[in-house]
Ligand binder design. Sequence first.
Ligand SMILES: O=P(O)(O)OC[C@@]1(O)O[C@H](CO)[C@@H](O)[C@@H]1O
Length: 418
Amino acid sequence: MQRRTAPPPILVTADDKQRTSLNVPTAPTIFSNVPGTFAWGVFHERHPKLVQQVLDALPYGPDERAAVEHLLTESTSGVLRPLGESAHDHEQWLEWGEGLFGRPWGEVPFLWAESYFYRRLLEATGYFRPGTWQGIDPFAPFKNAELAGPAVDEELAALRDLPSLTPEKRSEVLLSSALWGNRADLSFQITASTEDTRSPALIADDSPLVWQALAAADSPRVCVLADNAGRELLPDLVLVDHLLTSGLASEVALYVKPFPYYVSDATTADVLTTVERLRASTEPAAERIGRRLWHAMNSATLVVRTHRFFCAPLPFHAMPADLRAELSGATMTILKGDLNYRRLVGDQLWDATAPFAERSGHFPSPVAALRTLKSDVIVGLTRPMVAELDASGEAWRTNGTHALIQVHMPTPSRPDIL
Ligand SMILES: O=P(O)(O)OC[C@@]1(O)O[C@H](CO)[C@@H](O)[C@@H]1O
């Protein structure tokens, strides 16, 4: 496992060069072309297993199977080819990938290549094409199995203890379960080893700032950028219910992916299935939460939104103006998961002590990142903490056993540093 923390190659992009010349803080962009690195393992170890699971889970025909196999070969040993011309987002991807098509997959930024892999997987399975597989989520069998499983029954049963807690304790417990729910990422589970199931450690905790900001606002508006469906979305929704019922939020906007992505990322369909799982529960506490969430959607105190940028291969500092405007009114945006964190701070090999505020200052609202560590990117730690983690000999950046809650509250006079 330790070999995965080996630093990826020092390759610089044109963007990096420009930043260096402008004296803007920068760090090497992560690429996936060096064997032994985490990013290389995603393409060469995780994706082959994932592709096999997808082909085993649904009875795809010969064309879809061949296209999926072809994608695997192309993404490990070929060059990037654009989406077919009939794809609805062909032009959009040409723009996002200007200058990248024709290059080996490992030689474009890891974030870009990984995101494109999921878009191409949908092309291969026929998700957007008229025909049998149109609109069929290739990851639905995994997501549904997880939601139907006994672990979820246990989690729903545990909700009966919530009313006995003080409101403060309830806030703390529910934020913590939303945080640790991020370990239930199905793409991560494909390659996680059994040694990764040890008790987790919280290495940064700014959660008091979240509660202070919400308590101080008149009509707090909370945005939640969701991550995975199933056992992550469930505690996220329970937290949303708590925010609304306790008055810590007067309205919540829950942002999900516009289509299946990174295996288990939540879509609107997943939100509906999860609310229904709560509503149909035989555990009264869970059933009440499901019912309240349903009514919150009826009254638009809870709105479920999406935007094509949530499946874009770009960091959040490149967010389009319409989405930026939507998020900018939030009292707090709760940003879930590893991928959202990579997009927030930049998918680069930052010094782990680089200030979180410096990396997230471009975000349009105060932001609270809740993430278990499952990739090389990390900022905002203290020097002694980094020394201790490095001395442990563990692959602490990538094995999912560590987590953080990092908050940035912008001050109006701060300049944006990307
Ligand atoms: O965003 P999530 O669900 O927390 O994590 C996504 C993830 O599993 O995918 C990438 C590797 O494929 C890593 O960034 C991360 O480990």
